[in-house]
Write a protein that binds this ligand. Structure first.
Ligand code: DQA
Length: 154
């Protein structure tokens, strides 16, 4: 069990030029490099994907559930962007695929607009890391390695 998936949702491809005061100056490529470096430190093969399409994220979560069940994956770091606040389909994908997810947000969603303060994903996530800038990604990867086998605790 040596792999982890990092999934980024809508608009995160714009990192670096999207509201830099909120999300910082690092691009998605920088974040993916940070994840790869963290993976190298942890002995974890990190695979990063981004999509602006809800259904594609759903399918990747299904695939992750299968790979986790096969013992190939420790879990998923998921920044679902705005789908966090709207998508019952993503929540159902996490619980339906029985995949271990650490939900992350670069910004402190609790200090922002009210509509960002509800997450459909948090109740089915193993844990949530928010508001620490892009360091939420390496922190979540570390958490996945520390949690132990997904069968013990999702
Ligand atoms: C975000 C927070 C969401 O509310 C927003 O829609 C995003 C990014 C974050 O990483 O802070 O797209 O998930």
């Amino acid at each position: 069990m040596t792999a982890a998936l990092v999934l980024n949702g809508p608009n995160l491809n714009l990192l670096g030029r999207r509201e830099p005061g909120v999300y910082g100056l690092m691009t998605l490529a920088d974040v993916e490099q940070l994840c790869a470096d963290t993976g190298a430190e942890l002995g974890l093969e990190v695979e990063c994907r981004q999509s602006n399409f809800e259904g594609e994220l759903v399918e990747w979560l299904h695939e992750a559930g299968e790979r986790q069940a096969a013992g190939e994956l420790v879990g998923v770091v998921l920044n679902a962007g705005a789908y966090t606040h709207t998508s019952i389909a993503l929540r159902d994908a996490v619980s339906g695929a029985d995949v271990r997810v650490v939900e992350v947000h670069i910004s402190n969603v609790h200090a922002r607009e009210e509509f960002r303060q509800h997450s459909h994903l948090s109740p089915v996530a193993a844990g949530v890391i928010v508001g620490l800038g892009v360091s939420v990604y390496p922190l979540a990867l570390r958490a996945l390695t520390l949690l132990g086998p997904p069968t013990v605790l999702r």
